[in-house]
Write a protein that binds this ligand. Sequence first.
Ligand code: PMP
Length: 396
Amino acid sequence: MNLLEKLDAAATARKAMLPEGVGAFGIPVEEVYSATEARIGERRVLLLGTNNYLGLTFAPECIQAAHKALDTEGTGTTGSRMANGSYHGHRALEREFADFYDCCAGIVFTTGYQANLGTISGLVGRGDTVLIDGDSHASIFDGCILSGAEIIRFKHNDMIDMEKRLRRLGDRTETTLIIVEGIYSMLGDQAPLADIVALKNKYKCTLLLDEAHSLGVLGETGQGLSEKTGLQKEIDFITGTFSKSLCSIGGFCVSNHPQLDQLRYISHPYIFTASPSPATIASTRAALQLLRNGGNLRKQLWKNCTQLYSKLEETGYKLGPEPGPVIAAVLDNPKQALQIWQRLLENNIYVNLILPPAAPDGKSLVRCSVNAAHTTEQMAYVGDIFAKLYNEILQT
Ligand code: PMP
């Protein structure tokens, strides 16, 4: 098979998963009306397939800040900070992240994906080891590959398996980076951070926590799982993204190790890419302020999460192990998941369809993401439609 024929074979396999004409992936969104509503085809749909956890995509403070930056600093930086220089906004945002996490240093990256690539590949290299959760996001896995370090996976959230692998490493644990996530993006469950920290200390490893889905969601001020568990000082490096609760695009790493700064000089995903646009940085700075003071938004978010999770659980759906803004119904096979996804759309509800191999353990998921801007009535409507579909599709 030549290179193009290989792509044809992959496309055929992909199409075999979906009936002709069903565009479940990369669905065209024609117009966005608000943090909760958009138009898909001719339908006005309720959005439950975004990561807009605090519902801030149309926050006037962020929009105004972005407009101002556009007017005063232009559309883009046109290059990397190492080569072209560091704008005031980028440096200010790094200080604001460091201050938010009460850390001495912070680095801003162009995407959350690159934050993981850049941090991991800057911290470990050939001869070192990364110990990662089996359900890790692709950006973590790709960062590990880029680094050249040996990659060892432990079973998702399984501390016995994790310790078994640490024990086998012997004195290599000192050059081992453990990587876990605050909230896992597929099933919405949280890492057992206290146990992970205990193992990290026992075996003298370094710990990186990706707060991509937990930033804005967990903890009094929204720092994430580190804050919720009071373990901020035990974590060596925290990464995260601007593309979820902060409603823009970019990523960050913060740390209390001053050595973090050295990553700017060695990390290719930081050096060899253009820095985020001034408007992106400005809206992110405004969103970070809203997030820090977003106690009421978090309260509303959790009310919505609990309402929908309880309704789906009581209906009989198999769900991820705990409520949170990611609520995934685990279906028995791709056909069932596709049917539920399609019927939800016919009822003007847009959620994510996750088919193997994208979901862990070959699962088929219908994944909802709940936000603070959803109303109680909207959550009730979604719950009722899910219940109707359960009876119509899963009970027959
Ligand atoms: N880490 C995790 C856990 C993620 O789920 C994602 C994105 N879904 C990223 C990092 C990458 O973030 P971004 O989309 O901002 O590049």
